[in-house]
Design a protein around this ligand. Structure first.
Ligand code: ZN
Ligand code: ZN
Length: 437
């Protein structure tokens, strides 16, 4: 497992969780290509074409055998094209686009049973992993500059090892949006492979630290400060900046309600706006799991009854009706970081405050709200019959804006221009080369 503060000088092997205990998965089918290219380390027996695995009584079972741990290791004689295909694997855990997909990976597989469910870990060299991340996060049709920037950012984020959300399972990352999207090598093309090889071993540095390069799908036109999304301290490269070539307007303060509403309505041209990428063109550039939709500006309406049900289910808050969703604090990108819900229960006023952008997004949508950069318009009667959220962007908005980076690449900017724009003050550094690994 990678360690925070370490700066590798050769290509590390990493551990990626493909099936997590929280998935409560008890069956898995694995196909080997070509057959007899892998062996079960515990028994030394090569596996032929496929394996069907189940979990029963805290053991993994297959073909009449069982074990509490199973390691599938590539035979030394196997060709470099050897791979494993796993089905099903959960993608988009807990989000509105969740689905089960088959994925094809290289490297070794370590299976165990944790808390009654499968834990499936893919152990592989970092650059092989990155080859898949670039085209899982964004489609393989993206311009080379975007794939290069995305790869450098994904490599930096992983090697900075600052988040490590699955440390308890000794994982460097999971396969999903919660960490970085890794859908195996099914989407790799010669073009995307080049994008990764061009940046082999390169990371962003902030002083003598690897940049903890956060990124999200669309900032909505302004990036957010790190501290407004996660507890600090933040590296100096995370600032709130307009996602455009124009310098910041000091008179525009999106943390102020009126400025935010005006800015939302005027929707000034941004790298992530339709003026750089027409929305009908977006689906072919986005990863295969993303829904086509409007991310720069979006609108969502709840009826009074729907909102009450949502608050009960997502927050355990019981109200007879909601009077107001009241913005209390916004970050520099307009993202709400405190929001009060005012309602009435059996004639008594009820108030609950959501204290972070994450909590606001979690509570206000069953599949996680696109972003917390929204203002609320409610119908005038009291209590209102409808609440409409007018929102901007998709994700936390800190660091690189993936759709904005795509807009920049399509407009002819290089990967270095893109990285300088989203992570000002960082330097590009090559930690290892292909020959030294
Ligand atoms: Zn994760
Ligand atoms: Zn943006």
């Amino acid at each position: 497992m990678l360690k925070r503060g370490d700066i590798p000088r050769t290509e590390p092997r990493i551990r990626v969780g493909l099936v997590l205990p929280e998935d409560h998965q008890t069956t898995l089918h694995i196909t080997f290509s070509p057959p007899r290219s892998y062996q079960i380390r515990e028994t030394g027996i090569p596996v032929s074409e496929s394996l069907s695995l189940t979990v029963e009584e805290n053991r993994i079972r297959w073909e009449g055998a069982s074990s509490d741990r199973l390691t599938l290791r590539r035979l030394p004689s196997a060709s470099v094209d050897t791979s494993l295909r796993l089905h099903p694997v959960r993608a988009g855990r807990g989000f509105h686009w969740e689905k089960h997909i088959p994925i094809e990976v290289t490297g070794d597989l370590i299976l165990s049973v944790v808390e009654g469910g499968m834990l499936v870990v893919n152990e592989l060299p970092l650059e092989d992993y990155l080859m898949s991340v670039a085209t899982s996060e964004m489609g393989a049709e993206c311009p080379t500059a975007l794939l290069e920037a995305q790869t450098i950012v994904a490599r930096s984020w992983l090697l900075a090892a600052a988040e490590q959300k699955h440390r308890r399972w000794d994982l460097d990352a999971c396969n999903d949006d919660c960490c970085q999207r890794y859908q195996g090598r099914g989407h790799i093309t010669p073009h995307s492979r080049r994008g990764v090889l061009n940046t082999y071993g390169q990371v962003l540095m902030v002083g003598d630290e690897i940049c903890d390069a956060r990124y999200s799908k669309s900032c909505g036109g302004m990036t957010e400060r790190f501290e407004n999304v996660w507890p600090g301290p933040a590296q100096s490269c995370f600032r709130a900046l307009p996602d455009s070539a124009t310098p910041p307007d000091p008179a525009l303060r999106l943390s102020q309600e009126q400025d935010f509403q005006r800015w939302w309505t005027e929707a000034p041209p941004s790298f992530c706006s339709p003026s750089y990428i027409p929305e009908p063109d977006l689906p072919r550039y986005l990863g295969s799991v993303d829904e086509a939709g409007s991310y720069f500006r979006w609108t969502l309406t709840y009826s009074q009854e729907e909102l009450c049900r949502l608050l009960r289910d997502q927050l355990g808050l019981n109200v007879d009706f909601v009077e107001e969703l009241q913005p209390l604090k916004r970050g520099e990108s307009g993202r709400l970081i405190r929001l009060a819900i005012r309602g009435v229960r059996e004639g008594q006023p009820v108030r609950s405050v959501l204290e972070s952008e994450y909590e606001i997004r979690r509570v206000l949508h069953r599949g996680f709200l696109y972003s917390s950069a929204f203002f609320v318009e409610s119908t005038p009667e009291q209590p209102p019959s409808r609440f409409t959220l007018h929102g901007a962007g998709w994700g936390h908005g800190v660091g690189l804006c993936q759709i904005g980076a795509l807009g920049m690449a399509l407009a002819g900017y290089s990967s270095q221009d893109i990285l300088r724009h989203y992570y000002p003050g960082t330097e590009l550094s090559t930690l290892y080369t292909k020959d030294s690994s």
